[in-house]
Design a protein around this ligand. Structure first.
Ligand code: SF4
Length: 328
């Protein structure tokens, strides 16, 4: 496959990448890896230059989730030892925004473990959102709180939330293997509701749960269909006590091919390297900046990660720069 020609065809407004071509990206050999990354970089550079947007997570309510997502240490089926606490106060959430600004974050992502936000959680997040927008108007605000009705989505938007995260996680056909308490269609419904009220949609997935390469491509094509503004791509870091404990991690080269495939399919959407970056990409982390234009810094919801200083150095050493998006 002529990877550069494929990238140029996509950029020139020709046929978008086909399912078979996306699959070919995932099946490409290690010998072709740099050519694949170079081609994905042509698309990334066209839309985002060399900028890397940083996102900082806030776990505003941890554990005790009634859902049974098999990969998640906060699920009801997990016995992982994690900190558990109820919804934080608006003050605690606003304080996290200040910390995020200190880390040059473009976006602050407030996450709660729940099937859907309760009325009192809605009141807390909307109060916090209004204050964050007042105090840090330049900081983009994302929320991730489970399923949304249109009414709740609209209230979040009215309070100043810019974006809502709701991942599809994997393909429609593999989804029943990882969760039994809700369906893939439920997730698609909330993603569509987010778009309907005019919030930005952040919708991605998790790689390495036992799904096939075809499932990974189908996830990417579903995200394209939803017209997601942002796609966080997580790599399973199997946690002790979860149903997926003991699973093999995907290799660094697999992570890179996967990120390249998402860039080819999603072209101008943000592609974010999310959880599992440090443990799965290991020393090849800087190469992920060629297909991806965004990353979380300073850890994840229930696990630590590389801190802001180390991430900034890595980004700059690789010739990229921390900054806002050129073309979101
Ligand atoms: S709904 Fe979210 S927090 Fe709850 S188990 Fe699933 S992934 Fe974890």
């Amino acid at each position: 496959m002529d990877w550069k020609a494929l990238a140029n065809r996509i950029l020139d407004g020709g046929e978008p990448i086909s399912r078979n071509e996306a699959l070919a990206v995932l099946k490409s050999s290690d010998d072709e890896l740099l050519e694949v990354l170079q081609a994905a970089y042509l698309i990334r550079k066209h839309y985002y230059g060399k900028k890397v947007s940083l996102h900082v997570l806030k776990n505003a309510k941890s554990g005790v989730c009634p859902e049974d997502c098999s990969f998640c240490s906060q699920s009801k089926s997990s016995s992982a030892e994690i900190e558990e606490y109820e919804m934080q106060t608006p003050e605690e959430i606003v304080a996290g925004a200040q910390e995020a600004r200190g880390m040059q974050a473009l976006r602050y992502c407030v996450v709660t473990s729940s099937r859907a936000p309760s009325e009192s959680e809605m009141k807390t997040i909307t109060a916090a959102a209004s204050r964050i927008k007042e105090d840090y108007p330049e900081l983009e605000l994302c929320a991730s709180m489970g399923f949304l009705t249109e009414e709740k989505a609209q209230r979040l938007k009215d309070a100043g939330v810019d974006r809502f995260n709701h991942n599809l996680e994997t393909s429609a056909s593999f989804y029943p293997s990882i969760c039994s308490t809700h369906t893939y269609e439920d997730r698609v419904e909330t993603a569509k509701t987010v778009k309907k009220v005019g919030l930005d949609l952040c919708c991605g997935g998790l790689i390495g749960m036992g799904e096939t390469l075809e499932d990974r491509v189908d996830l990417a094509l579903s995200l394209k269909e939803l017209d997601t503004d942002s796609a966080p791509i997580n790599f399973l870091d199997p946690r002790e006590g979860t149903d997926l404990e003991g699973s093999d991690r995907v290799t660094p080269n697999t992570c890179l091919r996967t990120l390249a495939m998402f860039r080819f399919v999603l072209t101008c959407s943000e592609v974010r390297i999310a959880g599992g970056r440090e443990t799965c990409l290991r020393d090849l982390q800087p190469l992920s900046l060629y297909p991806a234009n965004s990353m979380f810094t300073n850890g994840y919801l229930t696990t630590g990660g590389q801190n802001f200083d180390a991430d900034k150095k890595m980004i700059e050493d690789a010739g990229f720069e921390v900054g806002h998006l050129v073309n979101a």
